[in-house]
Design a protein around this ligand. Structure first.
Ligand code: 2NL
Length: 366
């Protein structure tokens, strides 16, 4: 019996000293396992007389209970300590940014509008917006397009069936020029702004959609001339297409709202089936492509907008946003722009987190 007591004391000491679950398991097998000292002690009961056994059995069972209990208690203690150690080491840093999980995609038209705003902001232009439902004075009359102008015809412009309270015809704006008329009336000169947005014309085929996007620009100040216009557009296109070899050609044209008027062509070449802007349009393998129209604001338009045309001059331009987006990002079908198919967006690599900044290079793809 004293041997058993010694073994028990040694085991309880070892159990209490165990620093990990492996050491504890070693004690459990050594005591309670098949060949453990407790099991061996129980086996000796078989060789005892009934009287001896009556006395020894409860003592061995008591030792067994005591050892098992000590092991269970130590096990719970070690497990709790392990969990606490894990909690202490695996703290969660709530200030870490959440993992990137793109769910949608910015549309190339929105992207290009952001890029436009960013580039022109650097040139001192503000962004002006206005109603898409306009009256015919702001859309046509103030732009020197009188009642007889063909663009006013029903087959070119979407009119609303009801007239405004003052009798004006209401329509979906055919350009963003009315925004500039409103801005000039509200702010006067000098003024420097761009007006990007949706415009509408009754026109639909592979290269025309009834709704499309336009950006117009306007600068009115003293001593403004066509040189300012050309530099501004050239500087814009260099930043937008991210290349220095942009060459512009101003070609005489006619718009009712500018005098003189010029078409703006840019030199380009073909790379495979893709048009790439850059180089002189008359250089070998190159040609000119029209990107927009512009000119010096017609004095009549300045007067309609309440600006003294003897004191101020201005230039204005208009560009198709969908068109320059296609050129920059390599799309070939305008209609896909307005289908809203996310696979199309993915194909051209648009990400909702790609915000344009001049410092990062506008429109850099991730
Ligand atoms: C084009 C031509 C142009 C303008 C738009 C404009 C606006 C005002 C006064 C004078 Cl308020 N002009 N805008 C001028 C020339 C051309 O757009 O082909 N756009 C895509």
């Amino acid at each position: 019996m004293t041997e058993l007591t010694d073994q028990k004391q040694a085991a309880l000491a070892a159990i209490s000293a165990a620093t990990n679950l492996d050491a504890l398991e070693e004690q459990r097998v050594g005591a309670l396992g098949k060949k453990g000292w407790v099991s061996l002690a129980l086996k000796t009961l078989g060789q005892m007389s009934p009287d001896e056994r009556k006395e020894a059995a409860p003592a061995i069972q008591a030792v067994r209970g005591e050892v098992a209990e000590a092991i269970d208690a130590k096990k719970a203690e070690l497990e709790t300590a392990a969990l606490e150690a894990q909690f202490a080491s695996e703290t969660i840093d709530l200030t870490l940014p959440a993992p990137d999980q793109p769910k949608g995609s910015i549309h190339p038209v929105s992207q290009v509008m952001d890029e436009l705003a960013e580039i022109f902001a650097d040139l001192g232009f503000s962004v002006a917006t206005g109603p898409e439902i306009e009256d015919d004075w702001h859309n046509f009359t103030a732009l020197n397009m009188d009642e007889s102008h063909p663009a006013r015809a029903m087959h070119d412009t979407f009119y609303f069936p009801d007239k405004a309270e003052d009798g004006a015809s209401m329509l979906l704006r055919t350009h963003t020029s009315p925004v500039q008329i409103r801005s000039m009336k509200a702010q006067g000169a000098p003024i420097r702004l761009i007006a990007p947005g949706r415009v509408y014309r009754s026109d639909s085929d592979a290269t025309h959609t009834p709704m499309f996007h336009q950006v117009e620009g306007l600068v009115v100040d003293e001593d403004i001339h066509l040189g300012h216009l050309k530099w501004t557009l050239e500087t814009f296109f260099k930043a937008f297409f991210e290349r220095e070899d942009i060459v512009l050609r101003l070609r005489p044209s006619y718009f009712p709202f500018t005098e003189p008027s010029v078409e703006v062509d840019v030199g380009y070449s073909n790379e495979g089936d893709r048009r790439v802007v850059g180089g002189h349009g008359d250089a070998p393998g190159h040609d000119w492509m029209e990107l927009g129209g512009s000119g010096m604001v017609n004095a009549r338009v300045l007067e309609f907008a309440g600006i003294d045309a003897d004191k101020y001059q201005g230039f204005a331009f208009g560009l198709g946003i969908d068109r320059i987006a296609m050129l920059k990002y390599g799309m070939n079908d305008l209609r896909a722009f307005f289908d809203g198919d996310p696979r199309w967006l993915n194909h051209y690599g648009f990400s909702p987190y790609d915000q344009p900044t001049l410092s990062a290079g506008v429109g850099v793809r991730p």
